[in-house]
Design a protein around this ligand. Structure first.
Ligand SMILES: *Cc1c(COP(=O)(O)O)cnc(C)c1O
Length: 223
């Protein structure tokens, strides 16, 4: 299947209110151009340097999502254009994003990454840590960020029951926090879950944003 056909296939299978992030990490600019020509406008990258290089040469109406683990000292390189940062798992990172956003007179939207997988290797905050951050007074002072939802990565497994359990636990937590939390810089309406292998299951379990890479662009040699 071509990039265009894969995109069409996904779009036909997901509800209109679900956002498709085309994960283009490691892929050449020509592949992104092909997806752009097919109408795709939201792209996800996991390395800041690579995202900056692609941003510089591609059309400016693309929305760039940073989906990778963040190094605070690199936030400054994307602060002028990033549309949404998915993988925030520390309060100190929020502070840095706020600082850099302020320099550009922007409000940067962020998702807090929740740890739902069993694997030790996956980053993320516990539900308890997320509640602490959302309730903290110090968060109110960060006027140049806005927390707009949560992101989760499920365990790398084919076990559908396990995946369903992980997705639905984050969905329940998300729904509960949504009712409790509504302040100037925190309005929860995005739940980012689901990748090439499990995006339909994620949507069935409440996902409003899926991050799909290999299904669109083919397999990667690394990352
Ligand atoms: C690479 C990546 C994806 C996409 O994975 P595929 O299996 O290729 O769809 C989604 N989310 C994150 C955080 C990633 O790093």
């Amino acid at each position: 299947m071509s990039i265009k056909e894969s995109l069409q296939k996904i779009k036909n299978s997901i509800p209109k209110n679900v956002t498709l992030v085309a994960v283009s990490k490691t892929k050449p600019v020509a592949d992104l151009q092909e997806a752009y020509s097919a109408g795709q406008r939201v792209f996800g990258e996991n390395k800041i340097q690579e995202m900056v290089e692609k941003f510089d040469v591609l059309p400016k109406d693309i929305k760039w999502h940073m989906i990778g683990h963040l190094q605070s000292n690199k936030v400054k390189y994307m602060a002028h254009f990033v549309d949404l940062i998915h993988g925030v798992d520390k309060f100190s990172t929020l502070k840095e994003i706020n600082k850099q956003a302020k320099k550009h007179d922007r409000i940067i939207h962020c998702l807090l990454q929740a740890k739902i997988a069993k694997e030790e290797t996956k980053f993320g905050l516990s539900f308890e840590d997320i509640e602490t951050i959302l309730a903290s007074e110090k968060l109110r002072e960060l006027k140049n960020i806005k927390i707009v939802g949560f992101m989760g990565m499920a365990t790398f497994t084919n076990n559908q029951e396990q995946l369903k359990k992980e997705f639905s636990s984050l969905n329940h937590f998300f729904e509960a926090q949504k009712l409790k939390t509504e302040t100037e810089n925190c309005q929860l309406n995005i739940l980012s879950m689901g990748m090439s292998g499990d995006y339909l299951l994620a949507i069935e379990n409440g996902s409003t944003m899926v991050r799909v890479g290999s299904f669109i662009f083919g397999s990667r040699n690394y990352n």
